[in-house]
Design a binder for this molecule. Structure first.
Ligand code: TXA
Ligand code: MG
Length: 323
């Protein structure tokens, strides 16, 4: 079935009212967040949430994150909430942090992929936050991409991947962070980061006064936390940061090169300069990979980014994009 996907403006109050009405009627609407665009549906309506899986082509056992308008609402979705959840929420919400907690009994297994835990976050994107609070909505929302593809950081990119499959997209401009939220598991001790994101394990540890484990210290298997993900359609290959190992030009072949510093002069390359600080690199990464994907080149080559804690989320996504 093909829908006519409406493009709604985040600046227009009648458009936002319409988005709220669509969500309340059980439709799927893509929304801007400060991380990436999310594909939202009313979290209290299992049929609406099921529609997210259909639109994305996502396996039904992959859990979703529920987005709330305020910290106090977590008691409606989670139970046995430790004090540490409130400490982190007060420090980082609204913001790019998802807390994993035991789910409240009434929550539909459609939302949690059948798990007895739930991921919750209060997003910092002002238009989405206003939509959630004004209309007293909680929305389940994974990233608004077809399963395994690049997460979208613009409304245009959402349209490209899910146009015709969802009721509407709210255009809130490019996302601030460009990479998905940090996921923190508070259901077991020691607490640990399940997915690296804009907020680091050190920042979480500093607020709690205890060590929160970073993802490189464990190897967690959760449905949805899969090895190959975030993939462009074009073959992606890492090259040395100093471009010393660039493959030689091949007849009739073109590549896109995402690089740092000076671009090499080669006719077979489309060069895209990347920012050299981690936050700006993260903001640009999915967008530039999507741009490179649309050039119709034979391969995408990406210069190895620096290491260190600030770059963990970037390396996590790249590992999955390449595999
Ligand atoms: O920044 C973000 O988190 C974005 C925006 C839209 O909020 N959302 C996002 O959702 O990245 P998604 O579905 O693409 O990734 C959520 C991941 C799941 O794939 C899974 O790995 C983990 O979060 N997750 C969610 N609920 C979980 C649960 N109950 N137990 C374990 N992992 C969970
Ligand atoms: Mg995703």
């Amino acid at each position: 079935m093909s829908l006519k996907t409406q493009l709604l403006s985040a600046q227009c109050s009648t458009d936002l009212t319409q988005a709220a009405e669509l969500l309340k009627a059980g439709e799927q609407v893509a929304v801007p967040t400060e991380t990436v665009y999310g594909l939202a549906a009313d979290a209290s309506n299992p049929d609406a949430v099921a529609g997210i899986f259909t639109a994305k082509g996502r396996p039904a056992n992959h859990p979703l994150i529920v987005h709330l308008g305020d910290v106090a609402s977590i008691t409606e979705w989670a139970t046995q909430i430790p004090d540490e959840a409130y400490k982190l929420a007060n420090a980082f919400w609204p913001g790019p942090m998802t807390l994993l907690l035991p789910r409240a009994e009434h929550v539909s297994p459609v939302v949690t992929g059948g798990l007895d835990t739930i991921g919750l976050r209060v997003p910092a994107q002002p238009v989405l936050l206003d939509l959630l609070t004004t209309h007293q909505l909680a929305v389940a929302a994974p990233s608004a991409n077809p399963y395994k593809k690049l997460s979208p950081t613009t409304a245009e990119q959402v349209m490209h991947g899910l146009g015709g499959k969802i009721a509407a997209v709210i255009d809130g401009g490019p996302c601030q962070h460009g990479l998905e939220s940090t996921i923190v598991d508070l259901t077991k001790r020691p607490f640990r980061v399940l997915r690296a994101g804009p907020i680091t394990a050190s920042e979480l540890s500093a607020v709690l006064g205890e060590t929160v484990d970073a993802p490189e210290q464990h190897d967690t298997v959760v449905p949805g936390n899969v090895g190959s993900h975030y993939q462009p359609n074009t073959r992606l290959q890492m090259v040395a940061a100093d471009l010393s190992d660039l493959p030689a030009p091949q007849p009739e072949k073109r590549a896109a090169l995402l690089h740092f510093g000076e671009a090499p002069t080669r006719d077979d390359l489309v060069c895209i300069a990347m920012p050299d600080d981690a936050a700006r690199y993260g903001q640009a990464l999915y967008h530039q990979l999507a741009q490179a994907d649309q050039l119709g080149v034979d391969e995408i080559w990406l210069a190895q980014p620096p290491h260190g804690e600030a770059w963990l989320a970037v390396h996590d996504r790249l590992r999955r994009a390449v595999s």
